[in-house]
Design a protein around this ligand. Structure first.
Ligand SMILES: Cc1cc2nc3c(=O)[nH]c(=O)nc-3n(C[C@H](O)[C@H](O)[C@H](O)COP(=O)(O)OP(=O)(O)OC[C@H]3O[C@@H](n4cnc5c(N)ncnc54)[C@H](O)[C@@H]3O)c2cc1C
Ligand SMILES: Cc1cc2nc3c(=O)[nH]c(=O)nc-3n(C[C@H](O)[C@H](O)[C@H](O)COP(=O)(O)O)c2cc1C
Length: 796
């Protein structure tokens, strides 16, 4: 094959040498516009895991790189005069120039033709000019090939919010260093690491608004560097900051990071000599991942490995080209997306440093270390168990929990939480889940068994499913209610059972279905109007803030609520809250999420009113807040109240996470103790982005921006998730829903899995405790024996 790499960065050089190494018969040419050994940049970092991959691909290059590496294990976070240091992270730093020199030398030794000072024109017919069978478009972040064939690649370029500058210094940092400093205009952060014997990279970053307020737009390059030297003087020990972008004037060397995603990675072009030749994107041309997770060069090298391996698997000739291209894109795009998701979390964390500055410095550092959600609590423990143990002791002190006499520190998931007069034994809550098993709103034996089993299952608090304040406020005929004495007594039986048989608390969730009412039980057709009239009776009339059906042409059209309707609904909520208090519930939650009646008032998609209850968010909140306030007045003062909200409608024009901050602030002012941060189910057009802990960022933002305690929910399915969320201060409680359908004792099981043995089990079940713990201990020992150290450390 005749292969041309357009661009002599890490991607082009490494792919070139891998192909030549495996098949010397191929002709490989790398075209690079710079002179040899003439490049921009300071140092780049790799994790130990990346090094293991390079070792397999080409041991010679890997050992050269290893020899030139500056290796370190620690991350140090400097914040508000304190330094938090954790070890075991396993990074290597190398100068970009040094890396390119190693790759260039290896290319030359293997017979790759390197053509320097070869500026390739944006419209050059490379395939015809070089008789190429394959063109690798590895021309970097501003790729001309990508622009030329943009109609095929469909690049999505998102310019991020921060300005940053890539500087160097002779100050040698002995850890990967984050320094966060405040100015009168806002926060600046430095990311610094040593990459060779006498130089460190020093990146300074700040939100563009802060950068502008500090006057950077009109500063010369010298002035802006002097500003950074002064701001970070205590970390530089008198060493100046250096730039290698002298050619750039004024503020031009402060850039905004462009996040690049391409829909397609391969364009088939017809060359002048009539052949169909693939132009395949690789490295920064195909994708970028924010520098704060140090993955740009790693991704470029791994692209090269994947394409070379695919040729090896499918056949390294022109015949298999189509198949190779398809397989390469399919595999790499998924891998890259995972890194880009982690990079997005990390980017957003640094864009919003101001959100976290009120956390205690230790927690600020923990939040920073776990910002990408790729490093979890247990993963940190693997890296540095002493750091995690000390941090757990610190978390215990925050929770006023004295575990100093115990040999082992307490995982954050099992720290107690005080809410008004209610003490929760840990941070797990059984999330509200409809069971559609009531008759005439009456909870029965099923509910006693269901809630009872979950109460003895180890969670600190069990929430009831949405319990409806009127018969017409039910979602389905199977939904429970709390509008009469019989229901109150039935709930009291369940509450009493929970209190007598467990040390768990029980919360009542009250709601009204609004326009989503009068539908079938989920298993008969979720959200569909009733159809089994003989069994369920006729559909009942619906009310909502506006006369808009949930599903056009399918759902019943509700009538627009009048003032009298609102008065009656408010009174029903107050009456149910009083009954809940009489039944002995420990906690009350008002359901203002998922498109039900009160949520319907809050979202602009469902509230089109022109009176005082419609229009601006403050108006749309008026009725839900009135209901909350009236309930708070009758609900015992020593018992907490939470509100569940949809923090994101996931629909253009709907509620956004920014709105959710305002909603949370309004409920906080009305006296809410916790905001339960769910999302969606308001509008059928929603496009949620699912994933592990996918709604936790809402709880994080609300907790740290609105200053109110939060409950995180959504795809939280392991103790490790709970520990990471609580430890980082992203939420105060974790609601776990579906895992509790499969396993009422989810908390007992997760405690045993992570080796936490202090959880109380019901005395009738205690004989099973030690056995479960032993089984998990054995499984963990087996897993440890088969895991490689690099895999354990993972990535940064
Ligand atoms: C501030 C900052 C910090 C970073 N830190 C890290 C880090 O810690 N770790 C890490 O792994 N990565 C880091 N990166 C990212 C890293 O630099 C890139 O992701 C990596 O170099 C991508 O390799 P590449 O081969 O795809 O592109 P590049 O390295 O950009 O190479 C592209 C090459 O193509 C050449 N070229 C472009 N157009 C033409 C043309 N028309 N004709 C001829 N030649 C052309 C260019 O001169 C260049 O040599 C950082 C980036 C920035 C901006
Ligand atoms: C069967 C089922 C019924 C649900 N019913 C309710 C409900 O009554 N009230 C409520 O606020 N959320 C309800 N939810 C949403 C859950 O409380 C939770 O927010 C959601 O399932 C995401 O958490 P998970 O990923 O742990 O399942 C329900 C979820 C399920 C699966």
């Amino acid at each position: 094959m005749n292969i041309v790499c357009l661009g002599g960065g890490p991607a082009g050089l490494y792919f070139g040498l891998l192909m030549k190494l495996r098949h010397p018969e191929h002709k490989v040419t790398v075209l690079e516009r710079n002179k040899p050994y003439d490049t921009f940049g300071w140092g780049v970092v790799f994790s130990d895991a990346t090094m293991s991959r390079l070792q397999v691909a080409d041991p010679v290059t890997a050992s050269e790189i290893l020899g030139a590496f500056n290796h370190w294990d620690d991350i140090a976070v400097h914040f508000k005069g304190e330094t938090m240091r954790s070890g075991g992270h396993g990074f290597c730093g190398i100068g970009r120039k040094r890396l390119l020199n190693i790759l260039q030398k290896r290319c030359e030794a293997l017979g790759v033709e390197l053509v320097f000072e070869a500026e390739v024109d944006a419209h050059a017919d490379i395939a015809a000019q070089y008789k190429a069978d394959l063109v690798i478009a590895c021309d970097g972040i501003n790729s001309k090939v990508r622009s030329r064939f943009a109609a095929t690649y469909k690049p999505d370029i998102d310019e991020r919010q921060c300005r940053f500058v890539w500087l160097g210094t002779r100050k040698l940092f002995d850890a990967f260093t984050f320094a966060i400093e405040e100015t009168e205009h806002g926060w600046f952060q430095a990311h610094a690491y040593q990459f060779d014997g006498d130089t460190s990279t020093f990146i300074v970053e700040t939100p563009e608004s802060v950068w502008k307020a500090a006057g950077f737009e009109s500063m010369s390059q010298e002035e802006s560097i002097a500003f950074c030297e002064k701001l970070f003087a205590k970390y530089l020990d008198g060493h100046p900051l250096m730039t290698n972008a002298k050619h750039l004037r004024g503020s031009a060397h402060w850039i905004k990071f462009p996040r690049v995603i391409c829909d397609q990675w391969v364009h088939w072009d017809t060359s002048a000599d009539g052949r169909q030749v693939p132009y395949v994107l690789m490295g920064d041309a195909a994708h970028t991942a924010h520098f704060s997770i140090g993955s740009g060069t790693k991704l470029a090298l791994e692209d090269a490995i994947e394409l070379a391996d695919t040729f090896e698997r499918v056949g390294h000739d022109v015949k298999g080209m189509k198949e190779v291209m398809t397989a390469y894109q399919a595999t790499r795009s998924v891998e890259v997306l995972k890194i880009q998701n982690a990079a997005r979390n990390s980017t957003e964390w640094f864009e919003n440093v101001a959100r976290y500055v009120n956390l205690p410095p230790q927690q600020f550092a923990y939040s920073l270390l776990t910002r990408s959600q790729r490093i979890s609590h247990e993963n940190l423990r693997l890296r540095d168990d002493k750091f995690v143990a000390a941090y757990e002791r610190f978390m215990a002190s925050l929770a006023n929990f004295d575990d100093s006499a115990k040999a082992k520190s307490t995982p954050p998931m099992f720290l107690p939480l005080q809410a008004r007069g209610v003490s929760l034994k840990n941070r797990v809550m059984v999330s509200p889940m409809a069971t559609y098993s009531a008759v005439d709103g009456l909870p029965g034996d099923f509910h006693l068994m269901h809630y009872g089993a979950r109460a003895v299952g180890g969670a600190a608090i069990v929430f009831t499913e949405m319990t409806c304040v009127t018969p017409e406020g039910r979602i389905t005929p199977g939904c429970p209610g709390l509008w009469n004495d019989e229901q109150q007594n039935a709930w009291a039986r369940i509450v009493d059972f929970v209190h007598a048989q467990s040390d768990a608390k029980i919360a009542l969730q009250l709601g009204h279905a609004g326009r989503k009412g009068s539908t079938r039980r989920a298993w008969d057709g979720i959200d569909m109007p009733l159809n089994d009239i003989a069994r369920d009776g006729a559909n009942w009339p619906l009310m909502a803030p506006s006369a808009l059906p949930y599903m056009d042409g399918v759902s019943q059209v509700p009538h627009e609520m009048t003032q009298a309707d609102m008065d009656a609904v408010l009174a029903a909520f107050v009456s149910a809250a009083k009954r809940g208090a009489k039944a002995g519930f420990d906690w009350l939650e008002l359901h203002c999420a998922h498109g039900y009646l009160l949520s319907g008032f809050i979202s602009p998609l469902t509230n089109h009113r022109s009176d005082a209850f419609g229009g601006a968010l403050a108006n749309r909140l008026r009725f839900p807040l009135a209901v909350f306030t009236a309930m708070r007045q009758v609900w015992p003062q020593d018992k907490p109240m939470s509100v569940r909200i949809s923090a994101h409608d996931w629909v253009e024009g709907g509620i956004t996470p920014d709105d959710a901050i305002e909603i949370a602030k309004a409920f906080k002012a009305a006296g809410v103790d916790f905001v339960d941060c769910s999302s969606g189910q308001v509008d059928k057009r929603e496009k949620p982005v699912y994933g592990r802990m996918f709604q936790t960022p809402f709880a994080d933002r609300i907790r740290n921006e609105a200053g109110v305690r939060t409950i995180a929910v959504g795809a939280i399915s392991e103790a490790d998730h709970v520990n990471s969320i609580i430890a980082a201060g992203r939420a105060d409680l974790c609601a776990v829903a579906r895992p509790h359908l499969a396993n009422p004792s989810w908390t007992m099981q997760e405690a045993a899995r992570i080796g936490y043995t202090d959880l109380n089990w019901h005395k009738a079940y205690v004989s099973g405790k030690r056995q479960m713990e032993t089984n998990f201990e054995r499984a963990a020992a087996m897993a440890a024996m088969s895991a490689s150290p690099a895999a354990a450390k993972g990535e940064n």
